[in-house]
Design a protein around this ligand. Structure first.
Ligand code: NAP
Length: 228
């Protein structure tokens, strides 16, 4: 059993993690962090890997804790650019994975974008970014990541992101590329929050054995693809 410390345990994502970990035979839940359950109560020897899906101010404290107690960290907290320094410092000493979206479908969509390189040069490109109405950051980390992936090879600029925050949408991302003659749309829909938690849990055993550094979901996927 891999012992997990869970930050953001009372949140929408945290509750999904708690359920999946409690149902799992691979993981056990040792300590949780939220505003009513402080990090000071965590027992380092009871934790192998820390998972954080919280908010940047909480992630900052989690990074310090991981740094102090030599624990690898998997974080999905978005809007963290202001505290990136703290994450970077932690990754000098420990293995840290950050991804703004742990869906394997989104990771595959992003990897496929490069095949549109030639087509994209003459196209207008825009992204639609749909999330639930309580999401704090806008545009989402995923929309930014899609946009950055496109910008790395296409001459088309700017790439506009239209964001919609409504209802309880788990996450829909659409990439449009249109010329006068044809219009391509790539769509990804997250059908439940479990997709992100399951993706992050896939990385737990992998990160346990990694040396210090800042890793991405793509590093994990490339490792898995090359392994098989
Ligand atoms: N990477 C991905 O695949 C992915 C997917 C979905 C969501 N996310 C991101 O994951 C994060 C969490 O999303 P969510 O929808 O679960 O958010 P949420 O429902 O607002 O939950 C936030 C959690 O963080 C805790 N928290 C906030 N501030 C804290 C502080 N100062 N000290 C201690 N704990 C604190 C909250 O504790 P209290 O209940 O005590 O306030 C709660 O447990 C967001 O950044 C979201 O964008 C990432």
């Amino acid at each position: 059993m891999i012992k997990v410390g869970l930050s953001g345990s009372t949140g929408r994502m945290g509750q999904v993690f708690e359920k999946l970990i409690l149902e799992s035979e691979k993981f056990s839940l040792s300590n949780v962090y939220n505003k009513n359950s402080p990090l000071e109560s965590w027992v380092p020897k009871d934790i192998d890997v820390v998972i954080d899906f919280s908010l940047p101010e909480a992630l900052k404290e989690v990074c310090k804790w991981c740094n102090m107690h030599n624990k690898p960290l998997i974080t999905g907290t978005t809007g963290f650019e202001d505290i990136k320094d703290v994450v970077d410092v932690t990754s000098l000493k420990m293995a840290v994975v950050h991804s703004g979206n742990y869906s394997l479908g989104i990771a595959s969509l992003i990897q496929s974008l490069k095949s549109y390189k030639v087509f994209s040069h003459e196209a207008r490109i825009w992204i639609e970014d749909y999330h639930h109405q309580n999401k704090k950051d806008s545009p989402s980390g995923t929309a930014i990541k899609i946009s950055e992936a496109l910008k790395s090879f296409t001459a088309t600029k700017p790439i506009k992101i239209n964001d919609v925050r409504a209802g309880s949408i788990f996450g829909i991302h659409k990439v449009h590329m249109a010329t006068n003659e044809e219009w391509v749309t790539l769509t990804h829909r997250a059908l439940s929050r479990e997709v992100f938690a399951k993706g992050a849990l896939e990385l737990v055993s992998w990160i346990k054995g990694k040396t210090a550094g800042l890793y991405t979901l793509e590093d994990f996927l490339n490792h898995e693809v090359n392994k098989n």
